[in-house]
Design a protein around this ligand. Sequence first.
Ligand SMILES: [Zn+2]
Ligand SMILES: [Zn+2]
Length: 173
Amino acid sequence: MFFHIRDLEVRAGRFDVELAPGEIEFLDPKLRQAGPLKAQGKVELVTGAIGEIRVKGHVSVVMEADCDRCLEPARFPVDADFELYYRPVVEPASHEIAIDDSESEMGFYQGDGIELNDALREYILLALPMQRICREDCKGICPACGQNRNQKDCGCHAEAIDDRWASLKNYGR
Ligand SMILES: [Zn+2]
Ligand SMILES: [Zn+2]
């Protein structure tokens, strides 16, 4: 769903969408949409700022990602209000464009407006935790034998430590 700046100048746009998995490309092979993504809200121009667009609303979706430690699928429900701001991309006319902290949260759009799916993707990625783990105490995969240590204790923890010391010794030579 595309919101054209010319239409937004006349009136705010509204959206109420339900997107099936695959309609938004997350560009991360470890990340999947596990169910429909529902979003409702409003797209409007910010008064007093030329060409600045605000996307505000509510989104709910269940995302699924491979756990960073054990690689098993882990679920990350997102159900939140969001607010994103976009400014038009400007040609760098001067070298004095300082980007302060508040501005780093600001997105940019190119062309005549914004694509809702891009904004939703951006928010979902922001909403997910940096470290995607299936549970706080996930034991991960044994580096020695590849066993998922949440399922079974492979018993080669001691050997893995021995290996590390061995390689350290090799560095000393
Ligand atoms: Zn895990
Ligand atoms: Zn092991």
